[in-house]
Design a protein around this ligand. Sequence first.
Ligand SMILES: *[C@@H]1O[C@H](CO)[C@@H](O)[C@H](O)[C@H]1NC(C)=O
Ligand SMILES: *[C@@H]1O[C@H](CO)[C@@H](O)[C@H](O)[C@H]1NC(C)=O
Ligand SMILES: *[C@@H]1O[C@H](CO)[C@@H](O)[C@H](O)[C@H]1NC(C)=O
Ligand SMILES: *[C@@H]1O[C@H](CO)[C@@H](O)[C@H](O)[C@H]1NC(C)=O
Length: 351
Amino acid sequence: MVLNRQCVSQGNMNNSGFVVILCWLLMQGKSSYGNLPQEVGIVEQCNGYCFSVVKPFLDHCAQLKEAADANNKLKDKIYTLDGTINNLQSQLLNSGAETKNLDEKIKEKDEIIKEKAEQIKEKVEQIKEKVEQIRDKDTQITDLREQVKMMYRVLAEKNDQLSKINQTSESLSGWTVIQRRFDGSVEFNRNWRDYRDGFGDPRGEFFIGLKKLHMMTAAEPQELYIDLGDVNGTYRHAKYDNFIVGSEEESFVLKSLGNYSGNAGDSLREHEKAKFATDDRDSPNKCVHSYDGPWWFNGSSCGKSSLNGKYFKEGIADGRNGVSWGHWNMFDYKLSLTFVKMTIRPRSPQT
Ligand SMILES: *[C@@H]1O[C@H](CO)[C@@H](O)[C@H](O)[C@H]1NC(C)=O
Ligand SMILES: *[C@@H]1O[C@H](CO)[C@@H](O)[C@H](O)[C@H]1NC(C)=O
Ligand SMILES: *[C@@H]1O[C@H](CO)[C@@H](O)[C@H](O)[C@H]1NC(C)=O
Ligand SMILES: *[C@@H]1O[C@H](CO)[C@@H](O)[C@H](O)[C@H]1NC(C)=O
């Protein structure tokens, strides 16, 4: 009877597990007799009639068990679904975190890009500054060039003043400058009239004039002193102790030189007795034309010197047309002297 009551109360699903166990025990009792002696007795006693009473109940129990099993399966399924939902939710949460992470990273990158842009801006600013500085330097260099130019001008002026002083000291010492060349500022390839009358600036480059030379040397015996210099600053001289120039009628012939002394070599000797020649009154062998300057040219050989030749600042002539003094460099006429000063003074009575 206890069993019956238990089976009836099986409608309650909350303790279905317990009911199932009871039902199971009952079914066991029906098929096996070894384990539960007290129940064996009940079944034996029941046999015919009892069984017909219990049978529907047992069937019901079986149905209940099936329902319980199905319920359990559903529960499992729900449980599994819950797990899946949890899983999906956590995934969603994770993906949310990841999205947040990405946002964070994008923000960071934006920050870095901003920083870089700032740095680039700075660099551009610096480059601009440098360009400005370079421009400043250019201006400074231009200024310096201008200053250097001015210094050169001042230097030229000082030189000029110095040459005036030199001239004074020369005239005081009795020497008169008759020809001077040192910078190529005056053209020396000139015509007969210019050489006859003189040209240039007595304080700079100039020639005193053949007419004056004739008069001075005719008045009293003169010494001729020739100072020569090359581009490297080497100076030498040649001195003649009886310098006489003829009249215009004599074509200002180099009448006499006298004895030579000095360290430059006697490169004027071959020109003694030669007539003066200019481009418009050239020697028969056209020496003025080939030497680019008037001189007392030897009618057959032209000679060994040409102190009115073309001026070459670098000291090297095109050919034989420079300011030449043959003995200076073993008759290498490519060499052009950059300094010439010819002076005369009345011959002292004792020499
Ligand atoms: C002045 O004379 C000195 C000595 O003779 C010489 O060295 C200098 O070059 C001369 N200066 C000028 C400008 O002629
Ligand atoms: C000046 O010196 C340079 C270098 O020593 C030399 O080559 C040149 O021939 C010299 N010029 C003269 C005119 O002596
Ligand atoms: C040149 O020197 C020689 C001696 O060496 C002398 O006899 C002659 O008179 C000198 N000439 C002049 C113009 O002084
Ligand atoms: C010219 O040079 C030759 C030697 O080359 C010389 O014999 C002669 O006396 C020089 N003078 C004149 C005016 O020709």
